[in-house]
Design a protein around this ligand. Structure first.
Ligand SMILES: [Zn+2]
Length: 416
């Protein structure tokens, strides 16, 4: 990772990176053992409890290696072993150790929902993603998300009462007073829904709801590219564009929870009408809809994922459109940098995976438009949690809700 405004091109396979991977010194025996351990842990995380034979089949490691790795992980308390019957024969099922406290994180996108269960922000036990139809309504999204939580809990060998708290992100401003989606136009099918109450009704655990950009900032702050940062921002570049602001080492939500709506910052007051009702918002230039419209004549209908893939492969039209998007992003970022003077800006979300195609023009526009003394000390970094930042942030939020609930119980018991 480079410092200053330099910005490396991230690996497109970053979509698949494990959240809590660690990197041992390459080449050594220890690093091989570490790599094998991670392979086994990742297989258990993705596929749930398995026998050692199944782990060997799934990871491609030899049965002897799997046996050694499982013994190490068991003595470190990282896995749990339970007797079971497989194909009529006695077998030992290996699963990730969770104790009896699970946290769930749910991140809704405009077109998908991603769910994880974990014992902590760095310890994801299982995760899954499911596409959602465009303009789905809240009931449909919540129904699918909660079904994924049930599936993951079952796969981990736990039961629903083990889920102690849930963090939920939605890609729209959330009113911190009412807990409802705070814009009728940004996420229409979710208007007036009390998301926390609905999900609590399905899962039976306390729920915290926030905007996904704020959760991305929270995830990066706790275990990613914003660790130790006092004043910074996480920019989520996806179907829409949002920012999670960090001030004084904490996520700043504003007086009613809608701070950081950088996607609806006016770039051109005579520009196209935005879904929020305003004209010329940043999102009307760099949101998925705008990118796809710009390419419709030459490329037909492309999804955001298509555009990113083709740009990485070198398609000139897609690269040109993303280059222009980077320039507009730089202008908006200059406004943010002039207002907040952050130490670090982290770029996350799917679109950030194209790297230089966006970040080089972004940097030029930023340097041209922002106050030089504000950019002199500014570091722009790629997200470390990639597209998982919001899910990890949702787990952090769930952990806080759980801690608060535990604190309450302690208080009640100490006064009784
Ligand atoms: Zn707008």
């Amino acid at each position: 990772m480079q410092g200053g405004l330099g910005y490396p091109t991230p690996d497109p396979s970053a979509y698949l990176y494990p959240v809590n991977a660690t990197h041992a010194a390459p080449g050594s025996q220890a690093s091989l053992r570490e790599a094998n351990r991670l392979r086994v842990l990742e297989a258990l995380r993705e596929q749930g409890a398995m026998t050692q034979v199944e782990i060997a089949g799934s990871t491609g490691l030899s049965p002897a290696t799997v046996s050694n790795v499982v013994r190490d992980l068991d003595s470190a308390g990282a896995v749990e072993l339970a007797p079971s019957i497989r194909n009529g024969r006695r077998a030992v099922l290996v699963s990730l150790a969770t104790g009896n406290t699970l946290l769930a994180g749910i991140a809704f996108g405009d077109r998908d929902v991603r769910v994880a269960i974990a014992t902590g922000p760095r310890d994801i036990v299982g995760r899954q993603r499911m596409p959602l139809p465009a303009n789905h309504n809240a009931d449909e999204g919540i129904e699918r998300a909660t079904r994924l939580v049930y599936d993951l809990v079952e796969k981990s060998g736990k039961t629903m009462p083990d889920v102690k708290a849930v963090g939920v992100g939605v890609p729209a401003p959330v009113d911190s007073v009412t807990g409802q989606v705070g814009s009728e136009s940004i996420l229409p099918g979710w208007r007036g829904v009390d998301v926390a109450q609905e999900i609590r009704g399905h899962l039976g655990a306390p729920v915290s709801v926030d905007n996904t950009a704020n959760l991305g900032a929270l995830g990066e702050l706790r275990c990613g590219a914003l660790q130790g940062v006092q004043d910074g921002a996480y920019i989520k570049l996806s179907y829409g564009v949002g920012a999670g602001l960090v001030l004084g080492g904490e996520v700043f939500r504003g007086s009613a929870g809608t701070a950081g709506e950088i996607g609806h910052l006016t770039i051109d007051e005579h520009g196209p009408v935005c879904r929020c009702g305003n004209r010329g918002c940043l999102e009307t230039f760099i949101g998925a809809h705008a990118l796809s419209e710009a390419l419709a004549g030459s490329h037909g209908r492309l999804t955001l994922r298509d555009i990113i893939g083709k740009a990485i492969e070198g398609d000139p039209g897609c690269r040109r459109v993303l280059h222009d998007a980077g320039r507009h992003l730089g202008v908006a970022l200059a406004g943010l940098v002039n207002l907040l003077n952050p130490e670090v800006v982290v770029l996350g979300g799917q679109l950030s995976l194209v790297g230089d195609v966006i970040t080089v023009p972004m940097r030029h526009a930023l340097e041209r438009s922002a106050i030089p003394s504000a950019t002199a000390s500014l570091v722009v970094r790629a997200s470390e949690l990639h597209t998982d930042a919001d899910v990890v942030g949702a787990i952090v939020a769930a952990e806080a809700v759980h801690a608060a609930a535990e604190g309450l119980l302690v208080t009640v018991s100490s006064t009784s």
